[in-house]
Design a protein around this ligand. Structure first.
Ligand code: IMP
Ligand code: MG
Length: 436
């Protein structure tokens, strides 16, 4: 039983996204039926165009069926019965959908770029479906009106792991374009520093571009915040400061339910986490150094250039997470244990709180959801969405999300979003012209 538990759960489930795997399974059937691998050496199978047309039709039908099932789940959600939807029975891990997901249209759009239906040997993959879901999410958000808040993870999403946002980064232009269209930006990163200088070091390309921008009005330049340490340190843009950022005292922005996060509880939680990290260093013989901060504790490589085995990082996250979940203090405070690629950190709070703070900060003030920007008008973009040990995953409960795998994918996603915003703008201008 122990072995089966470890194989089935601990070593596998945390590395799977059940919804994506399920859709992949559904698409495998039309792939087997429609694809013609022998067409590579035989001519009687018809042309690749004919095969692709039929595969496209069948894949689109499946995606339409899934879209309908999500609509049914949303209908259940609206009357408080989402636990009873057919989708929930088939994919028990699905949570809340903030918008519809037009999956059939999103599939057609991605098929034009990725030629999924033209493939004879490689079935629709995890990445194909992840990207279709991203497109569907953008379509779903844009169908409901302007995107009010876009939050971004830092490492792997805006820049390569451990690097900085340099002035040459092509994402800068896209972020400024969003700000110009009235979308508020939050950089919600695990990187936890108390000093503006450190964030300037990581984000200087963007901050300097905002400062020198001629297209952004002074008011639009205020439409960005940096939320560091998941949900612990808030900085606003300030052109008078040497590092272009002002640190906002916590009392000015915390949510009412965060006021119970007392220092003794925080210290106690970090103590349990630190002890557990030390055990892992010993048991797995890791060349690791403990880094204890005000609101986080982590392990980093002791030697520059040293890489932890991926399995050791995952084992460490799962051990520390379990240890904290079982502890008394772990029930008093939200925390996030995650694998950062070549480190493991435990942070106080998590990105759901970080995004909530941005929603409230840019909303018209007030309580935790009353006057905040709503989940369906919010999009969080990040790279860590597997269920355990992934910090962006937590943002799913407070807004829509897009799961990217590299900074290049973020740029592609923002281009897609930019096109949709421009299309909506043109359409609304067209309507105005017709009415007047
Ligand atoms: P993110 O991808 O922007 O959320 O940043 C995650 C990375 O920030 C981690 O992998 C760490 O390398 C780094 N980091 C620096 N300080 C902290 C901290 O206090 N908590 C968590 N991660 C940190
Ligand atoms: Mg990241």
């Amino acid at each position: 039983m122990t072995t089966r538990y470890r194989v089935e759960y601990a070593l596998k489930t945390h590395r799977r996204d059940q919804l994506i795997e399920w859709i992949k399974g559904l698409l495998a059937v039309p792939f087997v039926i429609c694809s013609q691998p022998t067409g590579v050496f035989e001519t009687r199978c018809g042309t690749v165009e004919e095969m692709a047309q039929e595969a496209h039709r069948r894949y689109a039908e499946v995606m339409q069926d899934v879209e309908d099932m999500i609509d049914d789940h949303i209908a259940h959600q609206q009357v408080g019965l989402h636990g009873q939807s057919k989708l929930k029975l088939l994919v028990p891990s699905v949570g809340i959908f903030f918008t519809r997901l037009p999956l059939a249209a999103a599939f057609k759009s991605q098929d034009k770029k990725r030629f999924i239906s033209s493939r004879r040997f490689v079935p629709p993959s995890f990445n194909d479906i992840r990207l279709i879901l991203n497109t569907a999410q953008l379509m779903g958000v844009c169908a409901g009106g302007p995107l009010e808040l876009a939050t971004f993870d830092g490492d792997v999403t805006l820049y390569d792991d451990g690097k900085s946002l340099e002035p040459s980064n092509r994402v800068i232009k896209r972020l400024i374009n969003l700000m110009e269209h009235g979308t508020r930006i939050g950089i919600v990163t695990a990187a936890g520093y108390t000093e503006a200088e450190k964030y300037y070091g990581r984000l200087h390309g963007l901050l300097e571009a905002i400062k020198s921008s001629k297209v952004l009005t002074p008011a639009q330049k205020q439409n960005i915040v940096i939320m560091g340490g998941e949900s612990n340190f808030l900085f606003t843009y300030d052109h008078t400061s040497p590092y272009l950022l002002a640190h906002l005292p916590r009392r000015n922005w915390i949510l009412p339910s965060m006021s119970t996060w007392s220092q003794p509880t925080i210290t106690a939680l970090l103590d349990v986490a630190e002890a557990s990290l030390r055990d892992c260093i010993h048991n797995l013989d890791l060349a690791a150094t403990i880094l204890r901060k005000e609101r986080a504790v982590g392990i980093i490589p002791t030697f520059p250039g040293y890489h932890f085995p991926r399995e050791s990082l995952e084992e460490t996250v799962l051990v520390v997470q379990k240890k904290l979940e079982m502890s008394e203090v772990g029930k008093l405070l939200p925390f996030c244990a995650f694998n950062g690629g070549n480190d493991v950190f435990v942070d106080i709070g998590d990105k759901s709180w970080g995004v909530l703070v941005c929603q409230k900060f840019f909303g018209s003030g007030g309580d935790e959801d009353g006057d905040s920007i709503r989940g369906e008008r919010t999009l969080h973009v990040g790279d860590q969405f597997l269920s355990a040990g992934s910090n962006d995953f937590k943002a799913r409960v407070v807004g829509t999300t897009a799961w990217i795998a590299s900074p290049t994918e973020t740029i592609e996603l923002l281009d897609e979003l930019g096109d949709m915003i421009a299309f909506n703008k043109k359409r609304s201008e067209g309507t105005t012209v017709m009415v007047t």
